[in-house]
Ligand binder design. Structure first.
Ligand code: V47
Ligand code: SF4
Length: 386
């Protein structure tokens, strides 16, 4: 018998309303075109409002990609350069310090630092990127390095991940962004980024960071050659890690960011004739993530990647955060993003308000930011369960 759409979602609705955990198979149902997107979104919104009320979080941040030269060749990456390519760059101390000065002048609370793994850069250079900024701009929170970089540093220094993370923390590392996760399942990972840190190493890095008291984010790159089962597998692996970190007394992952694949200027897109995921796909991924990741507080709709319109709608499809004002973003703009290069605070607040949410400026660790005149300070940690 043909089931109506609501019947398909009825068992999931019951679980969501009762606050019960969804299974792998539930995830596949949510992914199925038979599950109507508005209903999936409504369920995700229920969880989103339960966890984060009406808040629409943002921060004032900037990016630093100190080199785009990279030993790896992930097939989706439009940002990387070879050593001898004209677009290759490697920033030295003055340029890095200048970026810090500009950030502080613009009221940034956070610098997001990731980049290529330069063939000739020694570990000390990567450490100096962090220590230079931290020593000169101690109030700027440095959210830096993915497990791909931490794994590279461990290879360069021949030290364990825990040593690298502790050394980075001593240099000024404040937390870690969510990149490098891509798709964990080996059927896909082996095709899009076979050489860099594998899923085991990715989780080992985050687990160790959590044990050391560092907060981290997590991501998933979707909309290329993966299937729904790879995405649900990815989300469940993250959920299991979060269970483990929370059970061990750590705070674990703060935010999950679903990353919508951009097909321009990269081999993966060219060889598979891929198109950008639709707005509907973006919204479904947001909602599915909110429903599956019951133990992660925040879901971010990264406006740079989604576009402003979709990010606004996403605030009612599970997301509670749209990232920040974002200066100097390269990874998405190199891969075809047409969003503005930076957004002002009044504009970011306007688009959150227009989406029916209350704009709240947060710092990287989700504490309310209070501004007076030129300066800023952090208030209470915002509790997730509203
Ligand atoms: O790991 C690279 C992705 C990630 C493409 O933690 C691409 O707050 C789409 O992790 N199309 C880095 N995605 C970005 C990232 C991130 C972004 C915003 C906030 C946070 C956070 C983290 O970007 C990479 C990869 O998954 N990426 N190329 C592309 N062509
Ligand atoms: Fe290098 Fe990162 Fe691009 Fe992969 S995604 S090629 S590791 S810069």
């Amino acid at each position: 018998m043909l089931r109506t759409s609501s019947e398909i979602l009825a068992p999931i609705r019951e679980k969501v309303e009762a606050g019960e955990r969804l299974s792998f198979d539930d995830g596949l149902v949510l992914e199925s075109p038979e599950a109507p997107l508005p209903e999936v979104g409504e369920l995700a919104n229920l969880v989103r409002e339960r966890k984060n009320g009406n808040a629409g979080y943002y921060n004032i941040n900037t990016h630093l990609n100190a080199t785009n030269i990279c030993v790896y060749r992930c097939s989706f990456c439009a940002f990387r350069s070879d050593l001898r390519q004209a677009k290759g760059y490697w920033m030295q101390d003055d340029a890095i310090l200048e970026r810090g000065r500009e950030a502080v002048e613009n009221g940034c609370t956070e610098m997001h630092i990731v980049g290529g793994l330069h063939h000739q850069a020694k570990y000390d250079w990567y450490r100096k990127v962090v220590s230079l900024l931290h020593d000169n701009y101690p109030d700027l929170h440095l959210k830096a390095w993915t497990p791909v970089e931490i794994d590279w540093f461990a290879r360069l220094t021949k030290k364990p991940i825990s040593w690298v993370l502790e050394d980075q923390r001593e240099a000024g590392l404040g937390s870690m962004p969510g990149g490098g996760a891509e798709i964990f399942h080996p059927e896909i990972r082996s095709k899009i980024c076979e050489h860099k840190a594998d899923s085991g190493r990715w989780f080992e890095t985050h687990r160790t960071a959590h044990q050391l008291g560092l907060r981290t984010n997590c991501t998933m790159l979707y909309g290329h050659i993966e299937q729904p089962r790879h995405r649900i597998d990815h989300l469940i692996r993250l959920r299991e890690q979060q269970d483990e970190s929370l059970a061990a007394g750590s705070d674990g992952f703060q935010t999950f960011i679903p990353l919508s694949y951009h097909p321009e200027n990269n081999k993966l897109g060219e060889e598979n004739n891929l198109r950008k995921p639709s707005g509907l796909m973006d919204l479904r991924q947001m909602a599915v993530a909110r429903l599956m990741l019951d133990n992660i507080d925040h879901i971010k709709a990264y406006w740079i990647m989604l576009g402003i319109g979709t990010a606004q709608v996403a605030l009612s499809y599970g997301a509670d955060d749209i990232d920040g004002t974002v200066r100097h973003e390269l990874i998405y703009h190199d891969a075809g993003a047409t969003t503005p290069e930076v957004m002002g605070v009044s504009e970011i607040e306007r688009i959150i308000r227009e989406a029916g949410r209350e704009p709240i400026e947060r710092d990287t660790l989700y504490r309310r930011v209070e501004r007076s005149g030129e300066g800023w300070s952090v208030g209470e940690k915002i509790t997730a369960e509203a």
